[in-house]
Design a protein around this ligand. Structure first.
Ligand SMILES: Cc1cc2nc3c(=O)[nH]c(=O)nc-3n(C[C@H](O)[C@H](O)[C@H](O)COP(=O)(O)O)c2cc1C
Length: 384
């Protein structure tokens, strides 16, 4: 039994293995921020491909907290039904249906990647994608050329905390089995934590953890006891004076006390600027593995490692080394949605295609036999 393909139970959630499809924005929501047939098809492929947990992309808790016009959201009840359809398809095909909730704060109002991923401007408005006012803890833009955020008043911050709770309630009603707070990549939660982006004097600035802790409490109030709560962090900030690792350990201990179960260890998307003051940070789990392992030991949280996992053996090695409990796969799954079942074969754990969809199984067994026969030295003679 490999660790990657051993089942996982957290609270009442049972996953068939530890392969997690990392949240990936598709910029393909409809004009009301609802999931579309694209999301259904795109995400179901990963469940058919054997992943244990499949995450729906960052889903906005407020309309102004989207990053692009194509983002999906859960800021109103009309957005529940199309996501419920996705959640059901994931469950029906053996995966835990999971969703990430997010708010981009001062990094909102951006172009899709295929239009440049900079701040929206006049050319985008001419295309029907106008910019909208962005908000943040303090009037400090992400970088040159980025809009200066409107400072949120204390009551507006409280309303956003409530928006997280409302979105968690909608995710529950949509039938998701796991939920993640996007606390990384320089988005709103990360902005409040950062001494660089948060220079407030109210209680959200006097203690920079306050917003994150209130979000955790608000989400937990609406998120059922028997379903796990994940929290994504950027382990490595890329700016002097940014969040340091020791503070992250303390914060995660406090989040654990408020019902967070899993820390999803991402990095980058820094709090500073585009580009991050000439500094960059590797996106690979290899780069962060030691920190992830330290965090696991120091907090007692389950750890999800993510970043440039390409080979199944890499994933298995991180689990065996005690650096992670779950492995997130992003781009590699876009390249090969069957990454999980292929990984299982490659690690020698999938006998007779047992975990492939039954609609395919017997054909694949016969395909393998036919392919072996073709590859055998006598094949060309017998075929001749
Ligand atoms: C197309 C795309 C969209 C992404 N969208 C999100 C997102 O919605 N939320 C998030 O936390 N990370 C997002 N990410 C980051 C991934 O979840 C993942 O952490 C990152 O790609 C590193 O893993 P990988 O090397 O396996 O791709 C996105 C990445 C890609 C490629």
């Amino acid at each position: 039994m490999t660790q990657l393909f051993s089942p996982l139970k957290i609270r009442g959630m049972q996953a068939r293995n530890r392969v997690v499809i990392s949240p990936m924005q598709q910029y393909s929501g409809d004009e009301s921020g609802r999931a579309t047939d694209w999301h259904l098809a795109h995400l179901t492929r990963f469940a058919l491909g054997g992943a244990g947990i499949v995450f729906v992309e960052s889903t906005a808790v407020e309309k102004r907290g989207r990053s692009t016009h194509g983002d999906i959201g859960l800021w109103e009840d009309e957005q529940i039904a199309p996501l419920a359809r996705v959640a059901k398809a994931l469950r029906d095909n053996g995966a835990v249906a999971a969703i990430q909730l997010g708010h981009t704060g001062r990094k909102a109002s951006t172009q899709t990647w295929w239009h440049g991923h900079g701040p929206l401007g006049e050319a985008d408005a001419a295309r029907g994608e106008p910019p909208w006012p962005v908000v943040g803890p303090s009037p400090i833009p992400v970088g040159n050329g980025w809009p200066t955020p409107q400072t949120l008043s204390t009551t507006e911050v409280e309303a956003i905390v409530q928006a997280w709770a409302n979105a968690a309630r909608r995710a529950r009603e949509a039938g998701f089995g796991a939920l993640e707070v996007h606390g990384a990549h320089g988005y709103l939660v990360h902005q409040f934590l950062s001494p660089v982006a948060n220079q407030r004097s109210d209680r959200y600035g006097q203690d920079r953890w306050t917003f994150a802790l209130e979000v955790a409490e608000a989400v937990r109030r609406e998120w059922p006891e028997d379903r796990p709560l994940f929290w994504r962090v950027s382990l490595a900030d890329v700016i002097d004076g940014g969040l340091d690792f020791d503070e992250m350990v303390g914060l995660l201990r406090a989040l654990k006390e408020r019902g967070v179960d899993v820390v999803d260890c991402s990095s980058g998307g820094g709090i500073a600027s585009y580009p991050t003051q000439g500094r960059s940070v590797s996106n690979s789990l290899q780069f962060r593995a030691e920190l992830a392992g330290t965090l696991r030991a120091a907090t007692g949280l389950q750890v999800m490692g993510v970043g440039l996992i390409i080979e199944p053996q890499q994933a298995e090695a991180h689990l065996q080394a005690g650096q992670a409990d779950l492995i997130g796969v992003g781009r590699e799954a876009l390249y090969n949605p069957n990454w999980a079942v292929h990984a299982e074969v490659s690690l020698g754990a999938n006998k007779e295609y047992a975990t492939w969809p039954q609609q395919y199984r017997s054909y694949l067994i016969r395909r393998a036999a036919a392919a072996d026969a073709l590859r055998s030295p006598n094949a060309s003679r017998s075929n001749a």
